[in-house]
Design a binder for this molecule. Sequence first.
Ligand code: GRF
Length: 218
Amino acid sequence: MAKLKTAVLISGRGSNMQALIDYCAAPNATAEIALVLSNISDAAGLDRAAEANIPSITIDHKQYADRASFEAAVTQTLEDHDIQLVCLAGFMRLLTNTFVDHWRDRLINIHPSLLPAFKGLDTHERVLAEGVRFTGCTVHYVRSEMDAGPIIVQAAVPVLPDDDPESLAMRVLVAEHRCYPYALSLIAGGKTQVINEKVVIDGAQAPGATFLNPTDVA
Ligand code: GRF
C-alpha cells in the first residue's frame, strides 16, 4: 500500500515533527514525511529534517503582503509535493478560513491541553493558575476557530504539586510525542472518519483508542 504523503509545518524546535519522523521510519509505517515546511528560516526543526534526509523548505511569511498570499504559496508548495495530509507541529501562524477549508479533514494540529479547555498560548501557566488536577494534549482536525475541531487522540497528564510551567510542559510533551504519531497512524491506516464533526475510529466511537494514557502506548 502506498504510504500517506505527509507534510509537517513548523516554526521552531520541531520535537513533535521528530516524533512523526521517527514513527515513519518504522518499516510498517503507513505514512511518510515527504516535506517539512517552516515559516522561520532558522527554525531548529529544519536541522532535524536535514539530519533525517527529509526535504524542507522555508516560506517566510514576512516576504508576503498578506496572509492570503503567504498561504497560497504554502498550498502551492504542498500540492507541488503531492501532499495528502498536513500536520501542524508548533506552526505559529494563524490560518485563514480559505486555507483551513481547502485542507479540510487533511489538516491536523497538536495542542498541549485537553481541548476544548485551555485553547491558545501560555497553556501551562493557565492550567497551574486554575489548579486543575489533570491536563494533557490533543490531536485534532483543524477548523477555522483557533484550537478547535474534531478530536482524534487525547492523553491525560497529571498536574503535580511542585509543577512549574516548564516541568508541566516537559511532562505534557512526552505525551505529545506519543499521541501525534498514534494519530498519524490512525489516519494513514484509514481508521478515522469525521462524522457529524466527531472522529469515529474504525467505524465506532472508541474511547479506548481516543483516550490514551502515555504509559499504555509504546
Ligand atoms: C508543542 O507543545 C505543541 O503542542 C504546540 O507547540 C509546541 C511545539 O513544540 N502546538 P515542538 O516544536 O514540536 O517541539
